[in-house]
Design a protein around this ligand. Structure first.
Ligand SMILES: [Fe+2]
Ligand SMILES: [Fe+2]
Length: 324
C-alpha cells in the first residue's frame, strides 16, 4: 500500500465505516440530505445557477450560498461515510485495474433491474423510468461544458469532442437535450394518471444533483470526472436493455432514438474519458486518484439506491398496466 493509500486507510479506520449509513453517520434516513425536500431545494438552486442569460435575475445571490454550501458539505460527508476508501489505488496502473473491477461489479449489480425493464416491465413501468430520467437529467450539456474548465491539451479536446456530440454535431434538432425532450414527451404521456414528480425516489434526485453539485463546485472537479466516466461507460448496457423493453411494447422508433443513439455515442465517450482523461490525470497527478475514486464510488452507491427506489415505486404504484 502506498503512502496515500495508507493515509486514506488510516482516516477511513477513524471515521469511515463501511457498508451503509450505520456507523459514524448513524441516522442517514434522518439527515436532511436524504429528504425529498432538501434534494428538491438543491435541484432548484442548481437550476437557478444554470439560468439562461435571459433569466439572469434568477441566479442566486451571494447571501443564499451559505445555507446551500452547509447542506452540500453535510451531504458529501454522508456519502463519504458510505464508501470504502481503504486501499485505494496509488498509481495509474492500479487505478485502471481498480476502475475495471468496479465497472464489472457495477454491471453485475445493476443487471437484474435492467433485465426486468428489458423482459418483464409493463409499458407504464418502462415509461416511468424514462420519465424519471427526464426529471433528473435535463442539463447534461452544461455539465460537460463545466467539466472542461481548467483543463488543457488533449484532455480538454476529449471533453470538447464529447460536448460537440451533445450539440448534435452542430445540427439544432440533433442536440441531445432536444432529442431527449422529444422522447420524454412520449414517455410522460404514458404516465397520465400518475404524478411522476411526486413519485420520484430521493435517490433519483440525488443521482442528478450529484453531477450538478460536482460540476458547479470547483473543489469537486476531479470527482466529477470519476462520476461522469462511470455514468457514460455504463450507458450502452443500460440503454440497450431499456430499448429491448421499449421494443417489446412497440414504442415508435422516433422515441427510442435518444437511447439508441447513446449506445454508440456513450460507448465512445466512456472510452475516451478513461484513456484521455482519467488515466492521464492519474498518471500526472496521483493525488487526484482518491478524488476520482470518490466520484466513481459515490455515483455507484447513489445509482444502486436510485434503481432500488424506482423498482419499489414500479412494484407498488405503477402496476395498473399489467406486466406483459
Ligand atoms: Fe448525450
Ligand atoms: Fe455521453
Amino acid at each position: 500500500m502506498n503512502a496515500q493509500a495508507q493515509s486514506a486507510s488510516k482516516s477511513a479506520s477513524i471515521k469511515r465505516p463501511l457498508g451503509g449509513a450505520i456507523g459514524t453517520v448513524r441516522k442517514g434516513a434522518e439527515l436532511r440530505c436524504n429528504t425529498q425536500a432538501t434534494q428538491k431545494e438543491l435541484n432548484d438552486f442548481y437550476m437557478r445557477e444554470l439560468s439562461s442569460p435571459g433569466d439572469f435575475a434568477a441566479v442566486p445571490t451571494t447571501m443564499e450560498y451559505k445555507h446551500i454550501l452547509t447542506v452540500e458539505n453535510e451531504w458529501s460527508e454522508y456519502e463519504q461515510s458510505r464508501i470504502d476508501l481503504n486501499a485505494l489505488p496509488g498509481n495509474e496502473k492500479q487505478f485502471e485495474e481498480w476502475y475495471i473491477e468496479l465497472r464489472q461489479k457495477h454491471r453485475k449489480e445493476t443487471a437484474p433491474f435492467f433485465d426486468f425493464l428489458a423482459e418483464e416491465a409493463s409499458l407504464a413501468q418502462v415509461a416511468f423510468f424514462c420519465a424519471l430520467e427526464a426529471h433528473v437529467d435535463g442539463k447534461f450539456d452544461d455539465i460537460i461544458a463545466l467539466s472542461q474548465i481548467g483543463m488543457s491539451g488533449d484532455m480538454k479536446l476529449a471533453l470538447a469532442e464529447n460536448f460537440w456530440d451533445e450539440m448534435g454535431l452542430g445540427e439544432l434538432e440533433e442536440m441531445h437535450t432536444r432529442v431527449f425532450v422529444r422522447a420524454a414527451s412520449f414517455f410522460n404521456q404514458q404516465m397520465q394518471g400518475h404524478d411522476v414528480a411526486a413519485l420520484i425516489p430521493v435517490a433519483a434526485l440525488k443521482n442528478g444533483n450529484l453531477l450538478l453539485m460536482y460540476a458547479l463546485r470547483r473543489q469537486y472537479s476531479a470527482r466529477l470526472l470519476g462520476t461522469l466516466t462511470l455514468l457514460e461507460q455504463t450507458v450502452p448496457f443500460r440503454f440497450s436493455r431499456m430499448i429491448r423493453g421499449m421494443e417489446r411494447h412497440n414504442v415508435p422508433k422516433e422515441f427510442t432514438y435518444y437511447h439508441d443513439l447513446h449506445i454508440t455515442v456513450d460507448a465512445n465517450h466512456g472510452k475516451q474519458l478513461v484513456s484521455r482523461v482519467l488515466l492521464p490525470l492519474a498518471r500526472d497527478n496521483p493525488s487526484a486518484i482518491r478524488e476520482l475514486c470518490i466520484g466513481c464510488l459515490t455515483r455507484y452507491e447513489i445509482e444502486k439506491d436510485y434503481y432500488a427506489g424506482a423498482k419499489t415505486v414500479m412494484d407498488t404504484v405503477i402496476i395498473d398496466s399489467a406486466t406483459k
